[in-house]
Ligand binder design. Structure first.
Ligand code: ZN
Length: 175
């Protein structure tokens, strides 16, 4: 047990405990937390964005934090971070970028890189780790997209998925 905690740290901890009990976000201590979660929608979005922008899984970069297990890309530095985060939050309109189905933060919404992170050596980190390359979409759709590029994924949706549905429909109509 750490008994040398500062008064400020103890106070903050107490505030968080009280917030948690009354359904208030433990991060900003202001907004209402998402049902069955400890954070509000905005704070949860921030977490999702920060997690998405992690880059060095092997902790090899100069500013890597062993506590977090990975560090942020260079272009996600402190001055740029606020702008990138607010730009990405502003993109959320409650629907999936690819399918238009409703998505909910803390439940079904996830972040997707249009040009996937695996393509960083081809396109460069600046093109990949940019607010313009990030979209909100349904978790299931995000899993389907996987490491496909935005263009390839759209083509794949139409070519394979839609063709299959159309063919099933035709068969159903004829039977
Ligand atoms: Zn919050």
């Amino acid at each position: 047990m750490n008994t040398t905690k500062s008064y400020a740290a103890k106070y903050k901890e107490k505030q968080r405990e009280e917030a948690k009990l009354s359904g208030i976000c433990i991060r900003c201590l202001a907004q209402k937390a998402i049902l069955s979660r400890t954070c509000c929608t905005t704070c949860h979005m921030k977490t999702l964005i920060q997690e998405s922008f992690k880059f060095d899984r092997d902790r090899k970069k100069p500013h890597s934090s062993s506590a977090r297990g990975s560090c942020y890309v260079d272009q996600f530095n402190t001055p740029a971070r606020k702008k990138i985060i607010s730009d990405i939050i502003a993109k959320f309109d409650g629907t999936c970028h690819y399918t238009g189905i409703p998505i909910e933060i803390g439940l079904t919404a996830s972040l997707v890189f249009k040009l996937p992170k695996t393509h960083v050596s081809m396109y460069g980190a600046d093109a990949i780790y940019a607010a313009s390359n990030v979209v909100w979409c349904h978790k299931g759709v995000s899993a389907l997209k996987s490491n496909k590029t935005d263009a390839d994924f759209r083509k794949w949706l139409v070519d394979s998925l839609l063709q299959k549905l159309i063919s099933d429909q035709i068969h159903a109509n004829h039977s």
